[in-house]
Design a binder for this molecule. Structure first.
Ligand code: UDP
Ligand code: MG
Length: 339
């Protein structure tokens, strides 16, 4: 199996993380690799990761040239992963590594996607409230039936992980993307701990942007809303305009303030027409948006030594990367559900 962990400015946590996770993985009695993806850290994280790699043959390190975000880092980890089952978790030990064997057990039972729900979540009151709201809204808008989109302790079959890696969307949300490919997903309750050291890497603004990725990436509902609200405003405007014109004809020019109301009537019709045009444009933009998601999600920094050993192995070990299974259709199906 492969374990993928995105790491960004987590110097205080790296050693503790390795010390806790490696015994758990060794205890499983399966061959494994621990892929640590440095997301352009500016502290000593990379040095510590390379140090861990020199001490443990199972550790693989990837490093981004700059900060590309947690989900890009996980995607890079998926691209490097060679395991049959790929587990992701956070580097700050909020996801206890001791839960990994339970995910493996679900995979062995035949589930190709093992999702998790954090019980007794150890985050701020605000984060918990916001998550609850976002989870409910995303579930309704995208039609994706997940209960905890934010928990990164998850397991994916190799097939799903590779499909995600092959898509290379610039801004995406891995747990939701994984669900689109899953044949037999399951969700289990897992424990959650407070961050071991340091502070959350998500400011309020970054959190908002991340949730915007989730919402816009998996649903066209906001655009569709523009179209329906626009049509309603247009219809109301045109009706009101017609009413003003009729009253002008019945009541005479004096009632209509000598042309002012007539002018308003014409204006309302035009505003209405513009709203319809916006809505239509929105539909087209939505379609273009769906079609252009195949851009590179990250740039890898060159780690000469590691690359040399891996490329010689990859001749036999790297499987063919499968094209995403009817990706567009799968996305379309979910997006079609709307609110
Ligand atoms: N992370 C990352 N890149 C980023 C932000 C975060 O790789 O730009 C990693 C971070 O090191 C951690 C995980 O993503 O392993 C979750 O981040 P964090 O704990 O700050 O998020 P929170 O738990 O507050 O949602
Ligand atoms: Mg955290």
């Amino acid at each position: 199996m492969s374990v993928v962990i995105p790491v960004y400015n987590e110097a205080e946590n790296v050693e503790r993380l390795c010390a806790r996770i490696l015994p758990v993985l060794r205890g499983l009695g399966k061959s494994f690799e621990l892929i640590l993806v440095d997301d352009g850290s500016r502290d000593e994280t990379l040095e510590l990761l390379l140090d861990a790699r020199s001490k443990n043959p199972e550790v693989v390190v990837r490093s981004f040239a700059r900060n590309f975000g947690q989900h890009a880092a996980v995607t890079a980890g998926f691209a490097a992963a060679r395991g049959e089952f790929v587990v992701t978790l956070d580097a700050d030990l909020q996801n206890p590594p001791e839960e990994i064997p339970r995910l493996v057990a679900e995979y062995d039972r035949g589930h190709d996607l093992v999702g998790t729900i954090r019980t007794r979540r150890q985050d701020s009151w605000f984060r918990k409230r916001a998550s609850k709201f976002v989870n409910r809204m995303t579930r309704r808008m995208s039609g994706i039936d997940l209960h905890d989109f934010g928990c990164m302790l998850r397991g994916y079959s190799r097939e799903i992980a590779q499909s995600i890696a092959a898509r290379r969307e610039v801004r995406t949300f891995i747990p939701a993307l994984g669900y689109l490919y899953a044949k037999n997903p399951v969700e289990i309750d897992v424990a959650h701990e407070a961050r071991h050291e340091g502070k959350s890497k998500y400011s309020l603004l970054r959190l908002f942007r991340l949730h915007l990725d989730l919402m816009t990436g998996f649903s066209l509902a906001p655009l569709r809303l523009l179209f329906s609200v626009g049509s309603f405003v247009a219809a109301a405007g045109i009706l009101f305009g017609v009413l003003l014109l009729v009253l002008r004809l019945v009541e005479g020019p004096e009632w209509a303030a000598f042309g002012v109301f007539t002018l308003f009537a014409v204006l309302f019709m035009f505003v209405g027409a513009q709203f319809i045009a916006f809505g239509l444009l929105g539909e087209y933009v939505g379609r273009i948006f769906q079609a252009v998601r195949e851009r590179p999600a990250y740039v890898l920094r060159d780690l000469a030594e590691d690359d040399a050993t891996r490329s010689s192995r990859s001749v036999t070990l790297t499987p063919t990367v499968r094209a995403p299974r009817a990706g567009a259709t799968a996305v379309g199906t979910h997006e079609g559900r709307g609110p």
